[in-house]
Design a protein. Structure first.
Length: 231
């Protein structure tokens, strides 16, 4: 029930608190809130508490611990509060994954508003690991701390991976899963799964690698190229 004014000579009514929200009727008229409705904006937080919290008792999107209505769009990204809850996006942040494309546009583009690496025309946030990179194409294998192993940058972020190395005749000389740039790496040594003995140093020359991994979108990606062992 709305109330637009009152007889200011009626001091009793002005000092009363008809809706029990800890604001007098007179205070509510001055604020523009409803003197007969404890929660004017319907966000679950009563008007008196919003005044104490220094939030806007007339804005369902401005509260501490409140809940806006299902059809609200508090971050103006084109998605309702209810839809954002279903998607898992942040109803108070128009760009949940920080890729510069707002959530509503990502839904229209059929990209993932929760994945900073998946957008049309966006820019992944600085902390996002979107893909692997080949760190070096030469293995020196001299234990000097430089190019001692085949470095596949960011591969540890994609643990579901398989790395294979072949010699120039197409013979597989190395294969592993869960390559991690740490304990599980290729150092120019055969793993014994081909005709070479396990632990045998491979001769200098050109080798061919294949890398297969599952990315952040659960798609299987394959990359390949050449690697040189220098001794």
């Amino acid at each position: 029930m709305g109330y637009t004014g009152f007889d200011d000579t009626n001091a009793i009514w002005a000092t009363a608190d008809c809706d029990g929200d800890a604001l007098t009727n007179g205070e509510e008229i001055l604020l523009g809130t409803e003197p007969y409705e404890a929660d004017s904006d319907g966000d679950g937080i009563n008007d008196g508490q919003e005044v104490d919290d220094n939030t806007n008792a007339l804005d369902e999107c401005d509260s501490i611990g409140g809940t806006p209505s299902a059809g609200s769009d508090c971050d103006s990204d084109g998605l309702t509060y209810e839809v954002e809850l279903d998607l898992g996006t942040d109803p108070n942040n128009p760009d949940t994954d920080g890729d510069t494309i707002n959530d509503g546009q990502e839904v229209n583009d059929q990209t993932d508003p929760l994945n900073g690496c998946d957008s049309e025309g966006g820019t992944a946030p600085g902390n996002a690991i979107c893909d692997i990179e080949i760190g070096n194409s030469i293995i020196s294998a001299d234990n000097d701390g430089i190019n001692d192993f085949f470095n596949i940058s960011n591969i540890e972020a994609f643990p579901d991976n398989t790395v294979q190395i072949f010699n120039r005749w197409g013979v597989k000389v190395f294969e592993t899963t869960g390559y991690d740039n740490n304990a599980n790496v290729f150092r120019g040594i055969s793993d014994g799964r081909a005709t070479l003995s396990q632990g045998e140093q491979l001769p200098a020359g050109v080798y061919f690698y294949t890398i297969q991994y599952t990315n952040n979108d659960n798609r299987v990606i394959s990359k390949s190229g050449y690697l040189y062992i220098n001794r």
